[in-house]
Design a protein around this ligand. Structure first.
Ligand code: GLV
Length: 319
């Protein structure tokens, strides 16, 4: 019997072309997430699923799709999938690490720099006709070079963010449950610290932790108040790592200076309190969105799915 794959949302043709002709593909080219009922209906009889973070693959979906052997997520984060439930059912879950590390780190830095140097405000100022004369004190921002960067979550992306700080001659602090090898700490000139002292010392705090029960609202009123009043917070990890209501107050009341956000608690909704604030730079979850990287992610997800359907080990199973 030929194998069949359901691709639940848009995926580049170049990645889909890797699927051999004898595999049946049910492709939903839409960018809109399917309802649970539609997802379950389209998964009926399928051997594999390739999906994005907009698909919630929970116990109910897995139970209703007993033929599925692999769920290949097109993202490094996989909080949209109940991995424990998948494991219990013998379903392999894969993600797309490595291929997006550098692109995501580039974007975390984009947010950091944009927030520090007020690029979005400057753009509005220049294009709106407000720039009428030279002004000595126009749009002053914070220096980045020579300052202290705090990286929360020192996995692949956190380390890539830290590596970029070397070029800015920054001091790097990191917080992670695991200590990095001494060689990595030396190479990145990074010092491990507990979260609270890191927050108290860092001029820039960049979040790179997965969303787990213990990281939900890691940044909340208490922890935001520990940060320096001059500090900038960057979140290119997952929205719920930050309590958005508390962040709105922090930015409005000056507990911290600014923030750069790529992710939000209830995407695609942005907390209405953030919208009027000038000291926050907002992006619609695009940290991995470069031409090359998005194609590499899609390709890796297809390869993962095909490997499992061929009875081979997946390239990048979730840990
Ligand atoms: C994007 O958010 C990803 O997890 O890859």
């Amino acid at each position: 019997m030929s194998k069949s794959i359901f691709i639940s949302n848009i995926l580049p043709g170049k990645a889909r072309e890797l699927i051999p002709r004898d595999v049946t593909v049910d492709y939903n080219s839409s960018q809109t997430g399917l309802s649970k009922a539609e997802l379950i209906a389209r998964l009926r009889g399928k051997d594999g699923l390739i999906c994005h973070i907009i698909s919630t693959i929970d116990e109910e979906v897995l139970a209703a799709a007993p033929t599925v052997k692999v769920v290949a997520n097109v993202a490094v984060g996989y909080n949209n999938i109940d991995v424990a439930a998948a494991r219990r059912r013998g379903v392999v879950v894969t993600n797309t690490p490595d291929v997006l590390t550098e692109t995501t780190a580039d974007f975390a830095w984009t947010l950091l720099m944009a927030a520090a140097r007020r690029v979005v405000e400057a753009d509005h100022f220049a294009r709106s006709g407000q720039w009428q004369k030279w002004e000595w004190d126009l749009l002053w921002g914070a220096d980045v070079h020579g300052k202290t960067l705090g990286v929360v979550g020192f996995g692949r992306i956190g380390r890539a963010v830290a590596r970029r700080a070397l070029g800015f001659n920054m001091r790097v602090l990191y917080q992670d449950a695991l200590r990095a090898d001494a060689a990595v700490e030396r190479e990145l000139r990074a010092t491990r610290m507990d979260l609270e002292p890191l927050l108290a010392e860092a001029d820039f705090v960049s979040l790179h932790t997965p969303l787990l029960p213990e990281t939900r609202h890691l940044m909340n009123e208490r922890t935001l108040r520990i940060m320096k009043k001059s500090a900038v917070l960057v979140n290119a990890a997952r929205g719920p790592v930050v309590d958005e209501a508390a962040l709105v107050r922090a930015l409005k009341e000056g507990w911290i200076a600014a923030a750069g956000l790529d992710v939000f608690e209830e995407e695609p909704k942005v907390h209405p309190g953030l919208l009027p604030l000038k000291n926050v730079v907002l992006a619609p979850h695009i940290a991995s969105a470069s031409f090359d990287t998005r194609l590499a992610m899609a390709t890796l997800a297809v390869r993962n799915c095909l490997a499992v359907l061929d009875g081979k080990p997946p390239l990048t199973p979730v840990p």
